[in-house]
Design a protein around this ligand. Structure first.
Ligand code: GLA
Length: 388
């Protein structure tokens, strides 16, 4: 396993009050140079996964614009596996996956998508299925043989185990599997992953599981935001999968959720039923201008630059072309005016052009700041470009 010095981290987090990261060491498997995008079964379907669900989801993603917008990983979460064979090989549920996982991966690939799967570092998964403990090399080889492109490794039933050691074991197993596989670490931020996960995985969960509720979304935002300096190409903080379209928040709240995940350069893993989503949900998940902020090649994670009250925040994210993305986030229950000062947001210019990324409209040139009224539980997201 090659390890490279993450030079990108040197240039990160130059906006706002946070000091630049002096150096960091990143896993260098050449993958996830921008935050992974795709879909994962867990948030909407839980254990109710099957071959037909995955095939239909892949069909929908290829047809509804998601694949072409960048959502490429189709990931089956927990409950696909039932047992181990006498030789230790992991066995999929043959009732739910009658043609096996390899055939399903091939089908997903035939749609121009990539295929991901879930395991657990402990003896059992969170739903009591076989974990990978003691079978790391064997499982990584099996996944490679099945043409898996992405593995999420959870942390249930792992008491007494050391997280950095176990995750490094699986990283090395993947590295020797003969296939390029994105590695997603999921230990919920319990073992300070920001200190070791960048050299171990391509993304690591920073939080407990998200719930489809406004306060839960904000909690995960606030926790992941504390580790902005460590994120960069190939190594991302993961505040958990998206709840957009699952019904527990309003469309305005989902727009804020999606915007803030993009501001944080978070993985964008849709967690809804993409076969039946509403036009409003689709418009959120497919907003190309917000996706472009998430996927910006600089790989900087945005930070809070101004907080006139704890409920009114201005966030800023540096982009590769010298512009910045700015989110005016109103966490309160009443509409409020929020001003984004360009200097505070990291643009040392007098005038800048402003584009609204949800209205898809150029708003004109503004001097020193952009101010607007933001609805309750909502965001205004703009791209600010220096003029002159
Ligand atoms: C944990 C993870 C979730 C999901 C479930 C599956 O709770 O954090 O994302 O994978 O396990 O059981």
């Amino acid at each position: 396993m090659k390890i490279r010095i993450g030079i990108a981290a040197l240039s990160l987090a130059l906006v706002g009050a946070s000091a630049p990261q002096s150096h960091s060491v990143y896993l260098d498997n050449g993958l996830a140079l921008t935050p992974p995008m795709g879909w994962n079964s867990w948030n909407h379907f839980g254990c109710n996964v099957s071959e037909s669900l995955i095939r239909e989801t892949a069909d929908s993603m290829a047809a509804n614009g998601m694949r072409d917008a960048g959502y490429k990983y189709v990931v089956i979460d927990d409950c696909w596996q039932v047992a181990r064979a006498a030789d230790g090989t992991i066995i999929a549920d043959s009732t739910r996956f009658p043609h096996g996982i390899a055939a399903l991966a091939d089908y997903v690939h035939s749609k121009g998508l990539k295929f991901g799967i879930y395991t657990d570092a402990g003896t059992k998964t969170c739903q009591g299925r076989p974990g990978t403990y003691g079978h790391e090399v064997q499982d990584a080889r099996t996944y490679a043989a099945w043409h898996v492109d992405y593995v999420k490794e959870d942390w249930c039933n792992a008491s007494g185990l050391d997280a950095p050691t176990q995750y490094a074991k699986f990283r090395d197993a993947l590295a020797h599997s003969g296939r390029k596989i994105v590695f997603s670490i999921c230990e919920w931020g319990h073992n300070q992953p920001w200190d070791w996960a960048p050299k171990t995985g391509n993304l690591w969960r920073t939080t407990e599981d998200i719930e489809d509720k406004w306060p839960s979304m904000l909690t995960n935002l606030d926790i992941s935001a504390q580790h902005s300096k460590i994120a960069g190409p190939g190594a991302w903080n993961d505040p958990d999968m998206l709840e957009v379209g699952n019904g527990g928040m309003t469309d305005g709240e989902y727009r804020a959720h999606f915007s803030m995940w993009a501001m944080m350069a978070a993985p964008l893993l849709a967690g809804n039923d993409v076969r039946t989503m509403s036009a409003a949900t689709k418009a959120i998940l497919l907003n190309p201008e917000v996706i472009a902020v998430d996927q910006d090649s600089l790989g900087a994670q945005g930070v809070i630059v101004w907080e006139p009250t704890p409920e009114l925040q201005v966030w800023s994210k540096r982009l590769h072309d010298g512009s910045i993305a700015v989110a005016l986030l109103n966490r309160s229950t009443a509409p409020a005016k929020i001003s984004a000062n360009f200097w505070r947001a990291g643009l040392h210019v007098g005038s800048a052009s402003v584009r609204d990324l949800w209205a898809h409209a150029d708003l004109g040139t503004f001097k020193n700041e952009y101010a607007t009224t933001v609805a309750a539980h909502a965001v205004v997201m703009i791209r600010v470009k220096p003029v002159g």
